[in-house]
Design a protein around this ligand. Sequence first.
Ligand code: NAP
Length: 295
Amino acid sequence: MQLIDGKATAAQIKAEIAQEVERRKAEGLKVPHLAAILVGHDGGSETYVANKVKACAECGFTSTLIRLESTPEQPLDPAVLMSEIDRLNRDADVDGFIVQLPLPRHIDEQAVIEAIDPAKDVDGFHPVNVGRQSVGLPCFHSATPAGIVELLRRHGIVTAGKRVVIVGRSNIVGKPLAAMLMQKGPQADATVTVCHSATPELASLTCQADILVAALGRPGFVTADMVADGAVVVDVGTTRVPDASRKSGFRLCGDVDFDTVAPKCSAITPVPGGVGPMTIVSLMLNTLQAAKNRD
Ligand code: NAP
């Protein structure tokens, strides 16, 4: 069984990006600049944004973090967020930016996503980028699926001709990953099945997978009886489970019951240290591409 080390792969890619940034500087080209808007104080979002800012430093990028206060007592006026997005859309120094999700419930997330200039949408969530991806045109790919595809590629795991089963059909993981893997071309050409909460006899489908992707947010959901011998298993789940023995008070749990599933697999991603670090790296690659698009 091969343990797919997303952390080491991500470190390698960040080093490659940093080298490219140095080359850009030597050629008098712009240093990529990523901005992030963080609304309120969601614990998970704070961590994700801090990791993105750290990754920018590792890649040699400029980063800007914009914090907008929002509390249940004093919720942020959505117009303030929209005006900040408009400002970043027009800021010539910013190559790409993200609005960290989820947003407080009173803010319409889809309206926020659609307000971002698709040319700066390095999360790849704008319908223009989603549509371009689905017809195979150059675009900013959604970060988590792009990270998974790159992780498989760098570990020599071929998808062409393989049967891929994805559990989860969200707009940020399941759907875009299915669209990427079913495209014609290298590191795609897979036969993809997408499952969700209304899929009957789920295990009969997951057992047919050469490559099984679990992206449902249910800790330990995928058990050994749901996995074929020799399958590749990609665990996207990252649920915070209370754990009094940890300083943080929680631990991250994947959607796969790792201890029972791993012995059956030819390869598997751990949680943490699998897909998560690759998601951030994809955001860095999209930001580098955004800067190149503007050279
Ligand atoms: P989401 O929007 O909540 O979608 C979950 C999907 O799983 C839905 O399509 C849902 O079906 C399906 N589902 C839920 N329960 C199911 C069941 N019992 N059987 C079959 N399908 C079921 O979640 P998401 O945003 O895609 O995230 C999924 C997980 O990945 C979460 O743990 C999240 O934290 C993690 N994640 C990790 C990264 C990373 O970088 N590592 C990035 C993104 C997300 P319906 O559509 O029918 O409701």
